[in-house]
Design a protein around this ligand. Structure first.
Ligand code: ADP
Ligand code: MG
Length: 140
């Protein structure tokens, strides 16, 4: 077991419905510590850069427009095996396939508007954290 950091976004469908606190409660109940957090409104270009890995997918344009449509809350989470643990807390991409009690099962509206993002590997976690946060903002 190793302490890791992962990057999280509470997406526009969730911030719009005032679900930031409810989502944070699930994160903290799972033993993950929110060591940095801020509310931002991404430009379409910033959303496009963040999701560049999905550029070739048919939903890319829709996804970038959605992520830039309203404010989001970006976060850094820390804990034992934080990357895999947060993916578990999030649930499957499609809420119809997400396990009971997960964020996406309880809150997501659709496969696209699915309430949260979480990094999928140590390399992407490090890149995503560095894109949104300066080292000084990670307060432990
Ligand atoms: P995850 O967020 O679970 O890691 P992916 O990395 O596969 O999922 O996709 C990134 C995001 O793109 C998803 O969270 C979702 O918002 C959106 N997305 C994925 N697949 C679809 C789809 N088939 N239709 C619309 N949006 C999608
Ligand atoms: Mg992903």
């Amino acid at each position: 077991m190793a302490v890791q950091r992962t990057f999280s976004i509470i997406k526009p469908d969730a911030t719009r419905r005032n679900l930031t606190g409810a989502i944070n409660a699930k994160i903290e109940a799972a033993g993950l510590r929110i060591i940095a957090q801020k509310r931002i409104h991404m430009t379409a270009a910033q959303a496009g850069h963040f999701y560049a890995v999905h550029k070739a997918r048919p939903f890319y344009g829709e996804l970038c427009a959605f992520m830039a449509s309203e404010p989001v809350v970006v976060q850094v989470l820390e804990g034992e095996e934080a990357i895999a643990k947060y993916r578990e807390v999030m649930g499957a991409t499609d809420p119809a396939e997400a396990a009971a009690g997960t964020i996406r099962k309880d809150f997501a509206l659709s496969k696209g508007e699915n309430s949260v993002h979480g990094s999928d590997a140590p390399e992407t976690a490090a890149e995503e954290i560095a894109y949104f946060f300066a080292g000084l903002e990670l307060v432990g």
